[in-house]
Design a protein around this ligand. Sequence first.
Ligand SMILES: [Zn+2]
Ligand SMILES: [Zn+2]
Length: 160
Amino acid sequence: MSIQTCLRCKGSCVHQIHGGVEIDQCSQCGGVWLDQGELEAILETSPNGNTPNSEISSGVHLNAGISNDARQDHLSCPFCSKTMNAMNFAYDSGVIINRCPNHGVWLDSGELKRIEDNRAFWRAEAAKRESEWKQHLHPSNPTSAETNQTLLDFFRSIFF
Ligand SMILES: [Zn+2]
Ligand SMILES: [Zn+2]
């Protein structure tokens, strides 16, 4: 499903391909409408936060005519007209997105890029922690191996 009119500024929306997913972007304020599941699809296809559409990801679109007050306003879903839930993406990313549980999400200009950056950061962090954890379980560096050997000798001296 696509939208023609921007939820934020009533500007006209154009189709864009971003991360292999068709999105609707406002030609005036740069806000983006994503159908249900499309945000997840984009995040799946951009594991390193590198996005093919630099125009969107660099956030060159200015929030023309949108005050901070206006950004706090509740948006209505373009398909069911229900007030969309304002929520902090990934609980603490600081990116406030508006989501209709049935139809999709609205992202203001630059928010998609921030979400992708946030996801890339946590992916990298998780990979780092995983390797640290694996090394802890299976020490491969000489220092921990030596430490283990010393401990083993120590226990042997006690029990045997
Ligand atoms: Zn707009
Ligand atoms: Zn809806």
